[in-house]
Design a protein around this ligand. Structure first.
Ligand code: SAH
Length: 452
Protein backbone atom coordinates (compact mmCIF):
# COMPACT_ATOMS: atom_id res chain seq x y z
CA UNK A 1 0.00 0.00 0.00
CA UNK A 2 1.34 3.43 -0.88
CA UNK A 3 0.41 7.10 -1.06
CA UNK A 4 -2.48 7.91 -3.44
CA UNK A 5 -3.80 4.31 -3.48
CA UNK A 6 -7.59 4.23 -3.46
CA UNK A 7 -9.05 1.40 -1.36
CA UNK A 8 -12.21 0.22 0.30
CA UNK A 9 -12.18 -0.19 4.09
CA UNK A 10 -14.68 -0.93 6.82
CA UNK A 11 -14.41 1.40 9.80
CA UNK A 12 -14.21 -0.70 12.98
CA UNK A 13 -13.20 1.73 15.70
CA UNK A 14 -12.32 5.35 16.48
CA UNK A 15 -8.95 6.71 17.58
CA UNK A 16 -8.62 8.88 20.65
CA UNK A 17 -8.75 11.91 18.30
CA UNK A 18 -11.95 10.66 16.69
CA UNK A 19 -10.48 9.39 13.43
CA UNK A 20 -12.16 6.28 12.00
CA UNK A 21 -9.92 3.19 12.02
CA UNK A 22 -10.06 0.52 9.33
CA UNK A 23 -7.66 -2.23 8.30
CA UNK A 24 -6.21 -3.12 4.91
CA UNK A 25 -3.52 -5.67 4.23
CA UNK A 26 -2.60 -5.81 7.91
CA UNK A 27 -2.18 -2.02 8.10
CA UNK A 28 -4.32 0.22 10.28
CA UNK A 29 -5.67 3.18 8.36
CA UNK A 30 -6.88 6.35 10.11
CA UNK A 31 -9.63 8.10 8.19
CA UNK A 32 -11.07 11.51 9.16
CA UNK A 33 -14.83 12.09 8.74
CA UNK A 34 -15.81 8.43 9.06
CA UNK A 35 -17.74 6.69 11.84
CA UNK A 36 -17.80 3.11 13.13
CA UNK A 37 -19.71 0.89 10.68
CA UNK A 38 -19.01 2.94 7.52
CA UNK A 39 -17.78 1.12 4.43
CA UNK A 40 -15.80 3.76 2.62
CA UNK A 41 -13.65 4.38 -0.40
CA UNK A 42 -10.55 6.16 0.86
CA UNK A 43 -7.36 7.60 -0.59
CA UNK A 44 -4.06 7.00 1.19
CA UNK A 45 -2.38 10.28 2.11
CA UNK A 46 0.58 9.20 4.22
CA UNK A 47 2.09 5.82 5.13
CA UNK A 48 4.13 4.89 8.21
CA UNK A 49 5.64 1.47 9.03
CA UNK A 50 2.52 -0.20 10.40
CA UNK A 51 -0.22 2.34 9.83
CA UNK A 52 -1.30 5.16 7.59
CA UNK A 53 -3.64 8.11 7.13
CA UNK A 54 -6.29 8.26 4.45
CA UNK A 55 -8.93 10.71 3.26
CA UNK A 56 -12.57 9.85 2.75
CA UNK A 57 -13.37 9.78 -0.99
CA UNK A 58 -16.91 8.45 -0.80
CA UNK A 59 -19.14 6.42 1.41
CA UNK A 60 -19.99 3.10 -0.20
CA UNK A 61 -22.34 2.07 2.57
CA UNK A 62 -22.90 4.53 5.43
CA UNK A 63 -22.99 3.13 8.96
CA UNK A 64 -26.46 2.57 10.41
CA UNK A 65 -25.31 4.89 13.21
CA UNK A 66 -24.47 7.75 10.86
CA UNK A 67 -26.62 10.88 11.04
CA UNK A 68 -26.48 14.27 9.33
CA UNK A 69 -24.35 16.42 11.63
CA UNK A 70 -26.62 19.28 12.75
CA UNK A 71 -23.79 21.84 12.67
CA UNK A 72 -22.93 23.08 9.15
CA UNK A 73 -19.23 23.45 10.00
CA UNK A 74 -18.81 20.24 12.02
CA UNK A 75 -16.33 18.77 9.51
CA UNK A 76 -14.00 21.76 9.28
CA UNK A 77 -14.14 22.81 12.93
CA UNK A 78 -12.92 19.62 14.57
CA UNK A 79 -14.35 20.48 17.98
CA UNK A 80 -17.06 17.82 17.64
CA UNK A 81 -15.23 14.78 16.33
CA UNK A 82 -18.25 12.47 16.36
CA UNK A 83 -21.24 14.68 15.63
CA UNK A 84 -22.07 12.49 12.61
CA UNK A 85 -22.78 9.54 14.94
CA UNK A 86 -26.15 9.07 16.66
CA UNK A 87 -26.01 9.87 20.38
CA UNK A 88 -26.75 6.25 21.32
CA UNK A 89 -23.86 5.08 19.15
CA UNK A 90 -21.58 7.74 20.72
CA UNK A 91 -22.38 6.42 24.19
CA UNK A 92 -21.94 2.82 23.09
CA UNK A 93 -18.50 3.76 21.77
CA UNK A 94 -17.54 5.58 24.99
CA UNK A 95 -18.69 2.74 27.22
CA UNK A 96 -16.75 0.27 25.07
CA UNK A 97 -13.63 2.45 25.22
CA UNK A 98 -13.69 2.56 29.03
CA UNK A 99 -14.43 -1.17 29.32
CA UNK A 100 -11.71 -2.06 26.78
CA UNK A 101 -9.04 -0.02 28.59
CA UNK A 102 -9.98 -1.47 31.98
CA UNK A 103 -9.72 -4.98 30.59
CA UNK A 104 -6.58 -4.53 28.49
CA UNK A 105 -4.53 -2.13 30.61
CA UNK A 106 -6.26 -2.51 33.98
CA UNK A 107 -6.39 -6.33 33.83
CA UNK A 108 -9.95 -6.34 35.16
CA UNK A 109 -11.50 -9.38 33.50
CA UNK A 110 -15.06 -8.25 34.06
CA UNK A 111 -15.16 -4.57 35.08
CA UNK A 112 -18.18 -3.89 37.33
CA UNK A 113 -19.64 -1.23 35.06
CA UNK A 114 -22.78 0.75 35.70
CA UNK A 115 -24.67 2.13 32.68
CA UNK A 116 -23.14 5.33 31.31
CA UNK A 117 -24.80 8.50 32.64
CA UNK A 118 -26.22 10.22 29.56
CA UNK A 119 -26.74 13.86 28.81
CA UNK A 120 -30.34 14.86 28.43
CA UNK A 121 -29.39 17.16 25.56
CA UNK A 122 -25.98 16.57 23.94
CA UNK A 123 -26.05 20.12 22.50
CA UNK A 124 -25.98 23.61 24.07
CA UNK A 125 -24.23 22.26 27.17
CA UNK A 126 -21.08 24.41 27.27
CA UNK A 127 -21.23 27.45 29.51
CA UNK A 128 -18.03 28.95 28.13
CA UNK A 129 -16.92 29.91 24.60
CA UNK A 130 -13.89 31.70 23.18
CA UNK A 131 -14.26 33.00 19.64
CA UNK A 132 -11.20 34.25 17.74
CA UNK A 133 -11.85 37.39 15.67
CA UNK A 134 -10.22 38.02 12.29
CA UNK A 135 -10.85 38.57 8.59
CA UNK A 136 -11.71 36.03 5.92
CA UNK A 137 -9.88 36.03 2.59
CA UNK A 138 -12.23 38.70 1.23
CA UNK A 139 -11.41 40.97 4.15
CA UNK A 140 -14.75 40.49 5.88
CA UNK A 141 -14.73 40.70 9.67
CA UNK A 142 -15.48 37.25 11.13
CA UNK A 143 -15.63 35.42 14.44
CA UNK A 144 -15.70 31.66 14.85
CA UNK A 145 -13.36 28.80 15.60
CA UNK A 146 -9.95 27.70 14.47
CA UNK A 147 -10.21 24.90 11.92
CA UNK A 148 -8.82 21.69 13.46
CA UNK A 149 -5.10 22.09 14.27
CA UNK A 150 -4.71 25.38 12.38
CA UNK A 151 -5.10 29.05 13.08
CA UNK A 152 -7.41 29.85 10.19
CA UNK A 153 -10.81 30.96 11.43
CA UNK A 154 -13.99 29.19 10.34
CA UNK A 155 -16.85 31.65 10.61
CA UNK A 156 -19.40 30.43 13.13
CA UNK A 157 -21.35 32.71 15.39
CA UNK A 158 -23.57 29.98 16.75
CA UNK A 159 -21.66 26.96 18.01
CA UNK A 160 -24.30 24.32 18.74
CA UNK A 161 -22.48 23.22 21.90
CA UNK A 162 -22.72 26.69 23.39
CA UNK A 163 -25.44 29.06 24.48
CA UNK A 164 -27.77 30.66 21.93
CA UNK A 165 -26.92 34.03 23.43
CA UNK A 166 -23.37 33.88 21.99
CA UNK A 167 -24.62 34.77 18.51
CA UNK A 168 -26.26 37.93 19.79
CA UNK A 169 -23.12 38.93 21.69
CA UNK A 170 -20.91 38.38 18.63
CA UNK A 171 -23.32 40.32 16.40
CA UNK A 172 -23.13 43.31 18.73
CA UNK A 173 -19.33 43.28 19.11
CA UNK A 174 -18.64 42.78 15.40
CA UNK A 175 -21.16 45.47 14.42
CA UNK A 176 -19.44 47.83 16.84
CA UNK A 177 -16.05 47.00 15.35
CA UNK A 178 -17.33 47.79 11.87
CA UNK A 179 -18.97 51.00 12.98
CA UNK A 180 -15.86 52.34 14.71
CA UNK A 181 -13.32 50.76 12.34
CA UNK A 182 -11.81 48.64 15.09
CA UNK A 183 -9.29 46.21 13.62
CA UNK A 184 -9.13 42.53 14.54
CA UNK A 185 -5.78 41.26 15.78
CA UNK A 186 -3.53 39.71 13.15
CA UNK A 187 -1.30 36.96 14.50
CA UNK A 188 1.32 37.26 11.77
CA UNK A 189 2.01 40.98 12.18
CA UNK A 190 1.01 41.34 15.83
CA UNK A 191 -1.11 44.37 14.78
CA UNK A 192 -4.81 45.03 15.29
CA UNK A 193 -6.84 45.19 18.48
CA UNK A 194 -9.52 42.56 19.10
CA UNK A 195 -8.20 39.01 19.58
CA UNK A 196 -10.95 36.92 21.14
CA UNK A 197 -14.43 37.29 22.52
CA UNK A 198 -14.99 35.15 25.57
CA UNK A 199 -18.43 34.45 26.98
CA UNK A 200 -19.69 32.60 30.02
CA UNK A 201 -23.22 31.87 31.11
CA UNK A 202 -24.32 30.74 34.57
CA UNK A 203 -26.81 28.04 33.59
CA UNK A 204 -28.50 28.04 36.98
CA UNK A 205 -28.37 31.77 37.66
CA UNK A 206 -28.84 33.08 34.10
CA UNK A 207 -25.96 35.54 34.63
CA UNK A 208 -23.94 36.36 31.51
CA UNK A 209 -20.31 37.45 31.17
CA UNK A 210 -18.49 38.93 28.19
CA UNK A 211 -14.76 39.52 28.15
CA UNK A 212 -13.17 41.05 25.05
CA UNK A 213 -9.50 40.14 24.73
CA UNK A 214 -7.56 43.05 23.25
CA UNK A 215 -4.04 43.83 22.14
CA UNK A 216 -4.17 47.27 23.78
CA UNK A 217 -5.47 49.14 26.79
CA UNK A 218 -8.92 50.16 25.58
CA UNK A 219 -11.49 49.87 22.82
CA UNK A 220 -12.91 52.83 20.83
CA UNK A 221 -16.32 53.91 22.14
CA UNK A 222 -16.15 51.22 24.81
CA UNK A 223 -18.99 52.80 26.77
CA UNK A 224 -21.32 52.62 23.76
CA UNK A 225 -20.41 48.97 23.20
CA UNK A 226 -21.01 48.15 26.84
CA UNK A 227 -24.35 49.93 26.74
CA UNK A 228 -25.50 47.80 23.82
CA UNK A 229 -24.32 44.54 25.37
CA UNK A 230 -25.93 45.48 28.66
CA UNK A 231 -29.35 45.38 26.95
CA UNK A 232 -29.10 41.58 26.82
CA UNK A 233 -31.22 40.18 29.65
CA UNK A 234 -28.99 38.54 32.24
CA UNK A 235 -25.89 40.54 31.31
CA UNK A 236 -23.85 40.85 34.52
CA UNK A 237 -20.21 41.34 33.68
CA UNK A 238 -18.50 43.09 30.75
CA UNK A 239 -14.73 43.38 30.84
CA UNK A 240 -11.75 44.00 28.62
CA UNK A 241 -8.90 41.56 28.99
CA UNK A 242 -5.49 42.91 28.05
CA UNK A 243 -3.25 40.49 26.18
CA UNK A 244 -0.40 42.16 24.28
CA UNK A 245 1.82 39.09 24.08
CA UNK A 246 2.60 37.21 20.87
CA UNK A 247 1.22 33.96 22.22
CA UNK A 248 -1.37 31.23 21.70
CA UNK A 249 -2.57 31.74 25.26
CA UNK A 250 -5.97 33.34 24.85
CA UNK A 251 -6.39 35.41 28.00
CA UNK A 252 -3.97 37.93 29.49
CA UNK A 253 -3.64 38.65 33.23
CA UNK A 254 -5.09 42.17 33.32
CA UNK A 255 -8.82 42.92 33.44
CA UNK A 256 -10.58 46.25 32.96
CA UNK A 257 -14.18 46.52 33.98
CA UNK A 258 -16.39 48.03 31.28
CA UNK A 259 -19.79 47.52 32.85
CA UNK A 260 -21.41 45.70 35.79
CA UNK A 261 -19.18 43.59 38.02
CA UNK A 262 -16.04 41.55 37.37
CA UNK A 263 -17.60 38.16 38.00
CA UNK A 264 -20.73 36.05 37.60
CA UNK A 265 -22.04 33.35 39.91
CA UNK A 266 -23.36 29.87 39.28
CA UNK A 267 -24.19 26.81 41.36
CA UNK A 268 -23.32 23.13 41.30
CA UNK A 269 -25.60 21.23 43.64
CA UNK A 270 -26.19 23.58 46.57
CA UNK A 271 -22.77 25.19 46.32
CA UNK A 272 -22.46 28.67 44.88
CA UNK A 273 -19.37 29.59 42.88
CA UNK A 274 -17.99 32.98 41.97
CA UNK A 275 -16.48 32.92 38.49
CA UNK A 276 -14.14 35.62 37.18
CA UNK A 277 -13.04 35.73 33.52
CA UNK A 278 -9.75 34.14 34.55
CA UNK A 279 -10.94 31.43 36.90
CA UNK A 280 -11.41 27.81 35.97
CA UNK A 281 -14.95 26.47 36.10
CA UNK A 282 -16.41 23.23 34.81
CA UNK A 283 -17.74 23.85 31.29
CA UNK A 284 -20.69 21.47 31.61
CA UNK A 285 -22.22 22.22 35.01
CA UNK A 286 -25.29 20.03 34.47
CA UNK A 287 -23.28 16.84 33.97
CA UNK A 288 -20.70 17.94 36.55
CA UNK A 289 -23.46 17.83 39.11
CA UNK A 290 -24.29 14.26 38.06
CA UNK A 291 -20.63 13.21 38.08
CA UNK A 292 -20.04 14.66 41.54
CA UNK A 293 -23.33 13.15 42.71
CA UNK A 294 -21.88 9.79 41.70
CA UNK A 295 -18.60 10.60 43.49
CA UNK A 296 -20.61 11.52 46.59
CA UNK A 297 -22.59 8.27 46.41
CA UNK A 298 -19.37 6.27 46.04
CA UNK A 299 -17.74 8.15 48.94
CA UNK A 300 -20.53 6.79 51.18
CA UNK A 301 -20.29 9.68 53.67
CA UNK A 302 -22.17 9.70 56.98
CA UNK A 303 -20.84 12.98 58.40
CA UNK A 304 -18.00 11.41 60.41
CA UNK A 305 -15.39 11.08 57.69
CA UNK A 306 -12.12 12.77 56.97
CA UNK A 307 -11.76 13.19 53.21
CA UNK A 308 -8.77 14.18 51.06
CA UNK A 309 -9.57 15.62 47.63
CA UNK A 310 -6.45 15.53 45.46
CA UNK A 311 -6.21 17.70 42.31
CA UNK A 312 -9.08 19.73 43.73
CA UNK A 313 -9.04 22.72 41.32
CA UNK A 314 -11.35 25.45 42.66
CA UNK A 315 -12.66 22.96 45.21
CA UNK A 316 -15.78 21.87 43.37
CA UNK A 317 -15.67 18.31 44.68
CA UNK A 318 -14.26 19.33 48.08
CA UNK A 319 -17.11 21.75 48.76
CA UNK A 320 -19.69 19.34 47.38
CA UNK A 321 -18.45 16.64 49.79
CA UNK A 322 -17.83 18.96 52.75
CA UNK A 323 -21.57 19.22 53.28
CA UNK A 324 -21.66 15.48 54.10
CA UNK A 325 -18.24 14.92 55.71
CA UNK A 326 -16.58 15.88 58.99
CA UNK A 327 -13.52 17.44 57.38
CA UNK A 328 -12.25 17.83 53.82
CA UNK A 329 -8.68 18.65 52.74
CA UNK A 330 -8.03 19.75 49.15
CA UNK A 331 -4.68 19.77 47.31
CA UNK A 332 -4.09 21.64 44.05
CA UNK A 333 -1.06 22.92 42.18
CA UNK A 334 -2.49 26.24 40.88
CA UNK A 335 -2.41 28.94 43.59
CA UNK A 336 -5.20 31.02 41.95
CA UNK A 337 -7.47 27.98 41.97
CA UNK A 338 -6.85 27.50 45.70
CA UNK A 339 -7.60 31.18 46.31
CA UNK A 340 -10.92 30.61 44.50
CA UNK A 341 -11.55 27.43 46.51
CA UNK A 342 -11.05 29.28 49.79
CA UNK A 343 -13.26 32.16 48.71
CA UNK A 344 -15.95 29.76 47.53
CA UNK A 345 -15.84 27.95 50.89
CA UNK A 346 -16.36 31.29 52.62
CA UNK A 347 -19.12 32.34 50.23
CA UNK A 348 -21.01 29.19 51.17
CA UNK A 349 -20.26 29.31 54.89
CA UNK A 350 -18.37 26.02 54.67
CA UNK A 351 -15.89 25.80 57.55
CA UNK A 352 -14.78 22.19 57.38
CA UNK A 353 -12.74 22.46 54.18
CA UNK A 354 -9.05 23.33 54.17
CA UNK A 355 -6.87 23.76 51.09
CA UNK A 356 -3.17 23.30 50.33
CA UNK A 357 -1.25 24.64 47.35
CA UNK A 358 1.28 22.22 45.89
CA UNK A 359 1.83 19.11 43.84
CA UNK A 360 -0.22 16.19 45.10
CA UNK A 361 2.87 13.99 44.71
CA UNK A 362 4.77 16.25 47.10
CA UNK A 363 2.13 17.51 49.53
CA UNK A 364 0.61 14.11 50.30
CA UNK A 365 3.84 12.13 50.97
CA UNK A 366 5.36 15.03 52.94
CA UNK A 367 2.32 15.49 55.12
CA UNK A 368 2.04 11.76 55.64
CA UNK A 369 5.69 11.49 56.69
CA UNK A 370 5.58 14.58 58.93
CA UNK A 371 2.11 14.42 60.45
CA UNK A 372 0.83 10.91 59.74
CA UNK A 373 -2.27 12.37 58.10
CA UNK A 374 -5.34 10.17 57.99
CA UNK A 375 -8.23 9.66 55.57
CA UNK A 376 -11.41 7.63 55.56
CA UNK A 377 -11.96 8.48 51.92
CA UNK A 378 -9.56 9.82 49.28
CA UNK A 379 -10.92 11.37 46.11
CA UNK A 380 -8.64 11.97 43.12
CA UNK A 381 -9.50 13.87 39.94
CA UNK A 382 -6.15 14.11 38.15
CA UNK A 383 -5.37 15.60 34.72
CA UNK A 384 -5.09 13.26 31.71
CA UNK A 385 -1.74 11.83 32.73
CA UNK A 386 -3.27 10.27 35.84
CA UNK A 387 -1.70 10.02 39.32
CA UNK A 388 2.02 10.04 40.01
CA UNK A 389 3.32 6.80 41.45
CA UNK A 390 4.17 8.50 44.78
CA UNK A 391 0.55 9.61 45.14
CA UNK A 392 -0.65 6.03 44.64
CA UNK A 393 1.97 4.71 47.08
CA UNK A 394 1.07 7.21 49.79
CA UNK A 395 -2.63 6.49 49.33
CA UNK A 396 -1.95 2.81 49.93
CA UNK A 397 0.05 3.60 53.07
CA UNK A 398 -2.77 5.80 54.36
CA UNK A 399 -5.19 2.87 54.00
CA UNK A 400 -8.44 4.79 53.41
CA UNK A 401 -11.53 2.60 53.40
CA UNK A 402 -12.50 3.95 50.03
CA UNK A 403 -10.83 5.64 47.11
CA UNK A 404 -13.00 7.47 44.59
CA UNK A 405 -11.17 7.97 41.31
CA UNK A 406 -12.61 10.53 38.88
CA UNK A 407 -10.85 10.35 35.54
CA UNK A 408 -10.93 12.09 32.16
CA UNK A 409 -8.65 9.48 30.53
CA UNK A 410 -9.63 5.84 30.88
CA UNK A 411 -6.18 4.59 29.76
CA UNK A 412 -4.28 6.23 32.63
CA UNK A 413 -7.19 5.38 34.93
CA UNK A 414 -6.78 1.71 34.00
CA UNK A 415 -3.02 1.87 34.65
CA UNK A 416 -3.57 3.37 38.12
CA UNK A 417 -6.40 0.94 38.98
CA UNK A 418 -4.16 -1.99 38.15
CA UNK A 419 -1.63 -0.77 40.73
CA UNK A 420 -4.25 -0.07 43.40
CA UNK A 421 -5.88 -3.46 42.82
CA UNK A 422 -2.51 -5.20 43.20
CA UNK A 423 -2.06 -3.42 46.52
CA UNK A 424 -5.09 -4.15 48.62
CA UNK A 425 -7.99 -2.47 46.84
CA UNK A 426 -10.87 -3.78 44.83
CA UNK A 427 -12.67 -1.92 42.03
CA UNK A 428 -16.23 -2.21 43.25
CA UNK A 429 -18.16 0.09 40.92
CA UNK A 430 -17.34 1.91 37.71
CA UNK A 431 -19.54 4.51 36.07
CA UNK A 432 -18.78 6.35 32.82
CA UNK A 433 -20.33 9.82 32.63
CA UNK A 434 -20.82 11.70 29.39
CA UNK A 435 -19.74 15.29 29.98
CA UNK A 436 -18.81 16.18 26.41
CA UNK A 437 -21.46 14.94 23.98
CA UNK A 438 -20.35 14.91 20.30
CA UNK A 439 -16.70 14.71 21.30
CA UNK A 440 -14.69 11.52 21.90
CA UNK A 441 -14.05 12.38 25.54
CA UNK A 442 -15.58 10.49 28.44
CA UNK A 443 -15.30 10.85 32.20
CA UNK A 444 -15.31 7.87 34.54
CA UNK A 445 -16.00 7.58 38.25
CA UNK A 446 -14.67 4.53 40.12
CA UNK A 447 -15.21 3.26 43.66
CA UNK A 448 -12.30 1.28 45.10
CA UNK A 449 -12.70 -0.39 48.50
CA UNK A 450 -10.03 -1.64 50.86
CA UNK A 451 -10.02 -5.42 50.98
CA UNK A 452 -10.15 -6.39 54.66
N1 SAH B 1 -11.70 18.50 40.66
C1 SAH B 1 -11.49 19.79 40.06
C2 SAH B 1 -10.72 19.81 38.76
C3 SAH B 1 -9.86 18.68 38.42
S1 SAH B 1 -8.95 18.96 36.94
C4 SAH B 1 -12.80 20.46 39.79
O1 SAH B 1 -13.82 19.80 39.81
O2 SAH B 1 -12.84 21.64 39.53
C5 SAH B 1 -7.34 18.55 37.49
C6 SAH B 1 -6.70 19.57 38.39
O3 SAH B 1 -5.43 19.07 38.79
C7 SAH B 1 -6.43 20.91 37.75
O4 SAH B 1 -7.01 21.92 38.55
C8 SAH B 1 -4.89 21.04 37.76
O5 SAH B 1 -4.43 22.35 37.96
C9 SAH B 1 -4.52 20.14 38.90
N2 SAH B 1 -3.18 19.55 38.88
C10 SAH B 1 -2.42 19.18 37.82
N3 SAH B 1 -1.31 18.57 38.20
C11 SAH B 1 -1.31 18.54 39.56
C12 SAH B 1 -0.43 18.03 40.55
N4 SAH B 1 0.70 17.42 40.21
N5 SAH B 1 -0.77 18.15 41.85
C13 SAH B 1 -1.93 18.77 42.20
N6 SAH B 1 -2.81 19.26 41.30
C14 SAH B 1 -2.51 19.17 40.00
Amino acid sequence: MKKDDVLTVTIEDLSSEGLGIGHYDGFALFVKDTVIGDIAEVKVMKMKKTYGFARLVKLIRPSKDRIDAPCPVARQCGGCQIQAMSYDAQLHFKEGKVRGNLQRIGKLADPPMEPVIRMEHPFRYRNKAQFPVGRDKNGKLIAGFYAGRTHSIIECRDCLLGSEINEKILDIVLYHMEQYHVQPYDEASGKGLVRHIMTRVGFRTGQIMVSIVINGEGIPAGAALAERLAQIPGMTSITLNVNKEKTNVIMGRKLKLLWGQEYIEDTIGDVRFRISPLSFYQVNPVQTEKLYGKALEYAGLTGEETVWDLYCGIGTISLFLAQKAKQVYGVEIVPEAIADARRNAELNGIQNAEFYVGKAEEVLPEKYAAEGIYADVIVVDPPRKGCEQSVLETMIQMEPRRIVYVSCDSATLARDLKYLCENGYEAEKICPVDMFGNSVHVETCVLLSKII
